[in-house]
Ligand binder design. Sequence first.
Ligand code: PGA
Length: 226
Amino acid sequence: MIFAANLKCNHTRSTFKLYADQLNRLSWDKNNEIIVFPPSIAFLEQDLNFTQGAQNFYPCINGAYTGEIGKEHLDEFGIKCVLIGHSERRKFENNDFIKEKFDFAKKYGFKVIFCIGEDIKTKKENKTNEFLRKQLENIDLKYDKLIIAYEPIYSIGSGISADLKDIENVLNFLNSLSKAKLLYGGSVNENNIAQILNINHCDGVLIGTAALKIENFIKLIKDNSC
Ligand code: PGA
């Protein structure tokens, strides 16, 4: 199983160091992969027993891109995994730019967690699959380091995850489009994680709020890893 934690704009370098130290003390079966996306200012250089990923980057090696982070900066921390397409970033990034980021990440061999998800209006209009297909149409669905995270916007940070049946239908649909591993994200917590991980084609979870405190994240991993 994949347990990915998106810390968003939470944790500083000093608090993330404590977070990482606790995670580093754990061991887990190699069937499981733990990925944590800290804020980039908090990236750590030390040896880690989990994958440290980047929430964001600019598709450049380096250059005149004020305020951005390029590949060179990720390389310095050994980062080989990036998040692309999160709904909180899609507010600032159009499909062309998202494609540019994906192509760049693919060119340099990064593992990509590519987030997709519809809003409640699209869901109510029964247009979910059509919408998700569009979000995926510009990227290489055969890329061997691609992981797709289904994160319906209405469930992110709301405390209420999507309906299990809806998740199952979407994961089945995504599996018909791509053989990439599939994650679900959106208000995953200790009450729903086991049922979510049990869904056909679900290879793991992308967790925000419930992974902010390291003891909570560790409990989710310990209780549900295989
Ligand atoms: P949440 O966030 O678990 O707080 O809903 C998930 C995410 O945005 O990836």
